[in-house]
Design a protein around this ligand. Structure first.
Ligand SMILES: *[C@@H]1O[C@H](CO)[C@@H](O)[C@H](O)[C@H]1NC(C)=O
Ligand SMILES: *[C@@H]1O[C@H](CO)[C@@H](O)[C@H](O)[C@H]1NC(C)=O
Ligand SMILES: *[C@@H]1O[C@H](CO)[C@@H](O)[C@H](O)[C@H]1NC(C)=O
Ligand SMILES: *[C@@H]1O[C@H](CO)[C@@H](O)[C@H](O)[C@H]1NC(C)=O
Ligand SMILES: *[C@@H]1O[C@H](CO)[C@@H](O)[C@H](O)[C@H]1NC(C)=O
Ligand SMILES: *[C@@H]1O[C@H](CO)[C@@H](O)[C@H](O)[C@H]1NC(C)=O
Ligand SMILES: *[C@@H]1O[C@H](CO)[C@@H](O)[C@H](O)[C@H]1NC(C)=O
Ligand SMILES: *[C@@H]1O[C@H](CO)[C@@H](O)[C@H](O)[C@H]1NC(C)=O
Ligand SMILES: *[C@@H]1O[C@H](CO)[C@@H](O)[C@H](O)[C@H]1NC(C)=O
Length: 532
């Protein structure tokens, strides 16, 4: 019995070893292709390349997956837009030296699309980084094609998200259509040069999210970077191609990023205890992070019940839309800038100036111009030019200035930078004068309250003195033999205050027999006798 068990264990081990050695090769060559359901596995078995399907779909795909994670985790898909309909798929190196996915009818569903001058010497190797590299050994180290340069929706360690302004080449993430359809979705994630580099997410090519400018240390509009230590992120923005990359400093922590089908950039961290990925959302956390949510000159604050408001001195362009919660038309300036008035009159500068409204902890507006000027002169430089609407200073960037519309301004509760917005001084003074009004109102209010209280106190004291006198009057006013007189009633201000005992005595404990009738405020009783 024992012998058979150890024997079969040994057999299993041997066959396992055999299987491992037969399939653990990490390379595809012109003479070695793979067929569904074969896989190749990277040297240290971190990643595998092969055929798979997604939960609620019968379509089959060729892709790269984490190999040692018990949950199917796809980081790259070859034929994402042209799935295999059955299990007849094959991945090989074609006669022209491309890596191709084809079906049972030898139709090519996906190709690496490169010009290869040495097809016979071509290999495709899956590295432990998760990168699949096509090369023919001709160009030495350089590859013909890499999966890292043709990403799907996942950003894994040592990948580079990049933009080359000279060639126009971009390496960007592209979202899936849905969780079980990897075909091209609406969103992309990349690095955008602008004047100062930023990370952006686009929705159908329209700007959907921006990280704010890179200051050499963090993206100043990415709140996440203020609160979390994004250890291991590297952003290279000195010259083109600009790129962002990531390499964890903690070997035992497994993190990768994904652009999901709703356009959210998701941080996924492996939680061994839970046996699943835990998620974080560094970019789109609130509606305020959606580009231009509040329109031009609007300001978004996710802590407020109504997230959008107009900057001071501005009003909604379209009140009706605005009140319905469609803020995209933004706000307009109610009082023109002093410099604009001066210019229109052709009278040159003078007669009252503009000033700047300080706003703390802000996500700065989109499309800043950059000036290398040092802090003190930022304000002067902006003031000099009437088309300068705002400025901000960051020690890593220097002066940032904005002309035209201010778009995508957000109020943070931590982090951010101080933003200075140009205002006519009259508008800035309004703030002060309205403060004065508030203070005056408060003081006036206090005076009124004190006066009323004093009056009340005085009246009460007077009442206390005249109490005995009043008690005699009570009988006269409330207890009448005459029903008529009672129903006519007394004037309200003449009504005295009487306590319960007095009333109970006077009405013989509210005796039914003494009840005269029912009025609007309750029953009316005839008095039994004198109230004391
Ligand atoms: C698959 O479909 C089932 C039932 O429709 C659903 O509950 C489940 O969430 C789906 N799974 C995925 C990954 O979409
Ligand atoms: C690759 O596979 C396709 C489809 O099965 C086949 O037509 C082609 O000859 C193969 N190429 C090589 C070099 O094996
Ligand atoms: C491959 O070569 C053809 C013809 O020489 C050229 O038109 C094409 O742009 C090249 N493709 C790439 C990816 O270099
Ligand atoms: C590539 O291999 C094919 C068949 O194996 C052969 O006919 C051809 O001459 C080779 N080409 C080169 C450039 O070695
Ligand atoms: C993608 O955009 C199109 C057109 O705007 C829209 O019809 C579709 O629902 C969007 N798909 C997703 C997954 O958001
Ligand atoms: C590395 O990651 C593991 C798992 O998340 C964690 O327990 C450990 O504290 C981390 N070590 C350091 C030095 O951050
Ligand atoms: C919001 O208003 C803009 C401008 O008038 C309009 O184009 C857009 O369709 C509106 N959006 C919604 C959701 O109503
Ligand atoms: C020009 O200046 C005068 C007074 O200085 C002012 O009343 C007028 O509104 C100004 N015109 C414009 C177009 O601002
Ligand atoms: C003022 O700023 C605008 C926009 O930034 C710029 O085009 C213009 O040249 C500037 N004018 C002066 C006098 O600096």
């Amino acid at each position: 019995m024992g012998k058979t068990i150890s024997c079969s264990v040994l057999l299993a081990l041997i066959s396992c070893f055999y299987l491992l050695f037969a399939t653990a090769l990490d390379t595809i060559t012109p003479s070695k292709s793979i067929k569904d359901p074969d896989v190749i596995i990277s040297q240290n078995a971190v990643f595998r390349l092969g055929f798979f399907r997604l939960a609620n779909s019968t379509n089959r795909y060729v892709g790269i997956l984490y190999n040692q994670i018990p949950v199917q985790t796809v980081v790259w898909v070859a034929n994402r837009n042209r799935p295999l309909k059955d299990s007849s798929g094959i991945l090989n190196i074609s006669d022209d030296g491309n890596l191709v996915v084809s079906n049972g009818k030898a139709e090519v569903l996906w190709s690496s699309h490169v010009n290869n001058t040495a097809p016979n010497a071509t290999t495709a190797q899956l590295l432990d980084s998760g990168n699949l590299v096509l090369s023919n050994g001709e160009d030495g180290a350089s590859s013909l094609w890499e999966s890292f340069e043709d990403p799907s929706n996942a950003f894994i360690e040592t990948m580079k998200i990049s933009t080359d302004v000279k060639t126009g080449r971009k390496v960007e993430l592209k979202s899936w259509k849905s969780i079980d359809d990897p075909s091209d979705g609406n969103f992309s994630f990349g690095i955008e040069p602008f004047n100062i580099r930023e990370l952006v997410i686009r929705n159908n090519n329209q700007l959907y999210f921006r990280s704010g400018p890179w200051n050499g240390n963090i993206f100043i509009g990415l709140l996440y970077m203020y609160t979390d230590n994004l250890d291991g992120f590297e952003v290279f923005t000195d010259k083109s191609p600009y790129y962002m990359t990531y390499e964890s400093s903690n070997e035992s922590m497994l993190i990768y990023y994904e652009l999901d089908s709703q356009g959210k950039f998701v941080e996924r961290e492996w939680d061994a205890g839970k046996g699943d990925w835990s998620k974080n959302y560094p970019t789109i956390q609130t509606d305020c992070n959606v580009y231009g949510k509040c329109g031009a000159f609007g300001i978004c604050d996710s802590m407020k019940r109504t997230i959008c408001s107009c900057l001071k001195g501005f009003e909604p362009r379209n009140i009706e839309e605005w009140s319905r919660g469609n803020w995209s038309s933004g706000c307009f300036r109610t009082t023109p800038l002093q410099c604009q008035r001066d210019n229109n009159n052709g009278s040159g500068a003078g007669q009252g100036d503009d000033g700047f409204l300080e706003m703390k902890m802000m996500k700065v507006p989109a499309f800043p111009a950059r000036s290398s000027i040092i802090n003190g002169e930022c304000k002067d430089q902006c003031m000099k030019n009437c088309s300068c609407m705002a400025y901000a200073y960051d020690s890593g960037i220097g002066c940032m200035m904005w002309s035209g519309d201010l778009i995508d301004v957000q109020k943070f509760s931590t982090g951010g930078v101080d933003l200075y917005i140009r205002m006519p001084s009259s508008e800035l003074d309004k703030g002060k004068s309205s403060k004065i009004i508030v203070i005056t109102t408060v003081i006036a209010g206090i005076v009124v309250v004190i006066t009323i209280s004093a009056l009340f106190l005085w009246r009460r004291m007077a009442k206390h003195k005249g109490r005995n006198k009043k008690r005699k009057q009570i009988k006269h006013q409330f207890c009448s033999e005459n029903k008529e007189e009672n129903s006519i009633g007394v004037k309200l201000q003449q009504l005295p205050v009487i306590n319960f005992e007095e009333l109970a005595t006077a009405t013989n404990n509210f005796n039914h027999a003494k009840k005269l009738g029912q009025g609007g405020f309750g029953p009316v009783y005839r008095c039994a006798g004198n109230i004391r």
